[in-house]
Ligand binder design. Sequence first.
Ligand code: NDP
Length: 495
Amino acid sequence: MSINPDTQQHASPVAHFGFDASCCFIGGVWQPASGGEVLTLENPSTGETLCAIARGDAADIDAAVIAAQTAMQTGWGRATALERGRFLSRLGRLVLDNVEQLAELEALDVGKPVKQAKADAVALARYCEFYAGAADKVHGETLPYLEGYTAFTLREPHGVTGHIVPWNYPMQIIGRSVGAALAMGNACVLKPAEEACLTALAFAELAAQAGLPAGALNVVPGLGAEAGQALSSHSGVQHISFTGSVSTGAKVQASAANSVVPVTLELGGKSAQVVFDDADLDAALPFLVNAGVQNAGQTCSASSRLLIQKGVYHQLIDQLAGRYAQLQVGDAMQDLALGPLISARQKSIVEQYLSQGSDLDKVAVGVMHDDASPQGHFVLPTLFADVPPDHVLAQEEIFGPVQVVIPFEDEDAALAIANGTPYGLVASVWTNDGARQMRMAKALRAGQVFINNYGAGGGVELPFGGVGKSGHGREKGFEALYGFSCLKTVAVSHG
Ligand code: NDP
């Protein structure tokens, strides 16, 4: 039995969906890992055991790839774009019908406050809806060519796509990668993070209920070094999408290189919000803080650097400190501003960074809720001011609720600081000067630039991905559909 009887109440959302959390989902069937081994999932708010999950390994990945290949040759591979869209539409409806339960599952598993988890579940439904509508709207072109020829292009699926997903936004990342891959007619093998895989399993169950043919979506939980490595190096996989750390992303790319398959890497960042003296500070303030502490800062597109022009610097620091003082931290189920970090390991990484900030001006911290469990992996949100741009806290991705404020003189200085890290995922600019908005949008080295707003990874419709160490390739929007398909050129000689 997969559910820990002592913590049955925590596992009740699993019971709602009716799948066995200790199983893999392969070829439309729930089955234990071939080695019979399990891993234990923890509730990061309390440190209690949630339930057991399958420890899938190379043999399970192999079975999943074979199931996906079979699906490509049979039912799923023959589905028309219209049928794929209808399937995604039904799946989106089912996700919407189960938003509360998916949110509860994610809150328990990831430690994400319920409201934020609910937003992720709604986003998952929205990805299904978006790609349902897009499935039959991606097409090739006819090309002017030689006399006596007709030439055209076809957009075809890669075949079997591998999806390696981290623990911070399982639902959103599954929605954007699996949703787009299925819309283009690929069959997917999904390896969720060992620390948070319950909503991936629930998604598979909902997909089956929506009528997805067996093998079109397979989910193999397990360790990164085992199941993840096996997936990224499997010769039967034709495309890999990976979200996670730079070091693991590099390994995934290296193993995929052996099979010479395309890889999409989304590897996080050190994203800046740049506030000029003429900005609407009241409008900016909530974005400045929320984009840094959302999901306890464990967000690839978190805005961990705040660049503030000197004319409004002190005023804005006071306002930021005021907001920080309101940020409460506690159990995800209490739905406060911040929940715990995912694990003791992640907490220790963040605490080590905080200790490297002992030479800095710590201007504000949040508040621990009285009921927060001592076993929960909680870290108070922390704001440092007057931080030198080359300080380790201003350069490295911390992946916790830590923001640094950096003052600047003018536009040139702001650009040099904003572009002065190895990353380039997201940036935003707060200014009412239209010419400056355009100059900054063009000069910022980032995959997404927001003007007078900040969408931390948001926007199902907006292509998303980075430059530099933030990775390469684009997910979301129509752009993802091009990434999850191959372009074939056909030239017909007819005289
Ligand atoms: P990883 O990059 O190691 O994990 C991301 C995914 O890759 C998980 O599913 C993981 O599985 C899998 N994985 C791990 N090793 C391999 C491998 N050798 N081959 C294939 N897949 C593998 O991130 P961590 O969870 O270890 O977090 C470490 C740091 O990474 C964080 O502190 C943060 O800085 C960054 N990070 C960035 C994210 C982003 O959104 N860009 C998301 C998560 C982390 P498993 O979890 O089972 O090991």
